[in-house]
Design a protein around this ligand. Structure first.
Ligand code: NAI
Length: 397
């Protein structure tokens, strides 16, 4: 079939297999071009199909020849109905990994559930014995709690006062004011239940109970801080509370891994266009200004560049792993550079529908958004008929 993008707000309902494959190939090439990493050997990636999780899986496999098990929640294709992009990404990744002689298998299902944890445990037992790295990179709007059965929904709201600021419709470039009412206590609790650290700890506890973590095993989850500008809706909002919880959980996990000398880390990553971040009000305008300035300063990175730096220079670099005063690894260091942030602050005030095309990188934002779904990828001929019914070779049923 010929597959075209069909967008509805910040989501795209279709995905292109060849475009997704090309994205994966580009990321693999990047990792190979940067040379070998003395990294992990058996890696479990939870949230492995898109964004930072996919980039972590690619970095592990093609940077340090790791065997990888990927867990994700993606929609398989049906005749005339393309799959979700993470499905095609995972198919392309596994095909490449297998061609390179690397072990790669995947599990498609709800990572928050006991069933998927159990299935993953059985697979590790059978095929790998133990893992020495667990990457926790879930971004989800909902979580059904495995013990209570309650369905928690996360919200992106400020806490305390209503928040008003500029936001952009990245399809049209129209800048408007957005007003968001503050969260209720329930909203905060629900968001922490979905995006906080409890499920990460559940995973690590379940793996440790079965002796599936190798001595010295590491686990890493991803967080975000960002500038003052977005604080009310991000770091000091509901999602920020969830990130506080996630970051605190790293210390609990490290404590629980003492017997095997394991350690949990949180890496604070850069703001990037992913399916998760497109949904947050105000952030797309911030990202389009950020991209412009970081590109001008030649410090722009995508998910794969970020993960390459995280693995090669931090997690598996030489010497002690550098952290901030709260114990977090910072690969958002270039985003948070004083000169970069000062420039964004200056541009923010002058950003209007008329000026944005000049002062921001709206085109870069938009291209990255379509790229997430395999569209507008350089070198892909979108007039070609393409088979939407792609299999993931190592998918477990
Ligand atoms: P993403 O939306 O690209 O990836 C989310 C992954 O989670 C996908 O593999 C998806 O299949 C999986 N997933 C979602 N619900 C699931 C479920 N119930 N069961 C199994 N798998 C499920 O998100 P992104 O942006 O890569 O986010 C990953 C982490 O990085 C999040 O913790 C996010 O807060 C963090 N982060 C994101 C930044 C950004 O700017 N995008 C910046 C810094 C941190």
């Amino acid at each position: 079939m010929i597959i075209e993008p069909r967008t509805r707000g910040f989501i795209c309902l279709t995905a292109h297999p060849t475009g997704c494959e090309q994205n994966v190939l580009n990321q693999i090439e990047y990792i190979k071009s940067k040379g070998a990493i003395d990294g992990p050997k058996n890696v479990l990636v939870i949230g492995a199909s898109t964004g930072f999780g996919l980039a972590s899986r690619i970095t592990s496999a093609f940077g340090s020849n790791a065997a990888t098990i990927g867990v994700f929640l993606e929609k398989p294709p049906k005749p005339n109905r393309p799959a979700s992009p993470g499905w095609y990404n995972s198919a392309a990744f596994e095909t490449q990994a297998h061609q390179a002689g690397l072990y790669a298998k995947s599990i498609n299902g709800d990572a928050f559930s006991n069933e998927i944890k159990q299935q993953t445990i059985e697979l590790i037992k059978k095929d790998l014995g133990q893992v020495d790295m667990v990457i926790y990179s879930l971004a989800s709007p909902v979580r059904v709690h495995p013990e209570t059965g309650i369905k928690h929904k996360s919200v992106l709201k400020p806490i305390g006062d209503p928040y008003t600021n500029k936001t952009v419709d990245f399809h049209t470039g129209d800048i408007s004011q957005i007003a968001i009412d503050p969260a209720s206590e329930d909203d905060i609790e629900n968001t922490v239940a979905v995006m906080g650290g409890e499920d990460w700890k559940f995973w690590i506890d379940a793996l440790q109970k079965e002796n599936l973590l190798a001595p010295g095993a590491k686990t890493v989850a991803y967080s975000y801080i960002g500038p003052k500008l977005t604080e009310p809706v991000y770091r000091k909002g509901t999602i920020g509370r969830a990130k506080d919880d996630l970051e605190a959980t790293a210390f609990d996990i490290t404590e629980s891994l003492e017997a095997i000398n394991g350690k949990a880390y949180v890496s604070v990553n850069k703001a990037l266009v992913t399916q998760a971040s497109s949904a947050i009000p105000v952030i797309p305008l911030y990202i389009s200004l950020l991209y412009k300035i970081m590109k001008e300063n030649e410090v722009h990175e995508g998910c794969i560049e970020q993960m390459q730096r995280l693995f090669a220079d931090r997690l598996y670099g030489s010497g002690e792993i550098a952290t901030d005063d709260k114990g977090r690894i910072r690969v958002d260091d270039w985003e948070m550079r004083e000169d970069i942030q000062a420039k964004i602050k200056e541009l923010w005030d002058s950003a209007t529908t008329e000026t944005l095309a000049d002062i921001g990188d709206l085109e870069g934002y938009s291209t990255d958004f379509f790229n997430l779904f395999g569209f507008k990828v350089a070198g892909v001929d979108y007039d070609q008929d393409v088979n939407e019914l792609v299999d993931i070779p190592g998918l477990q049923s």
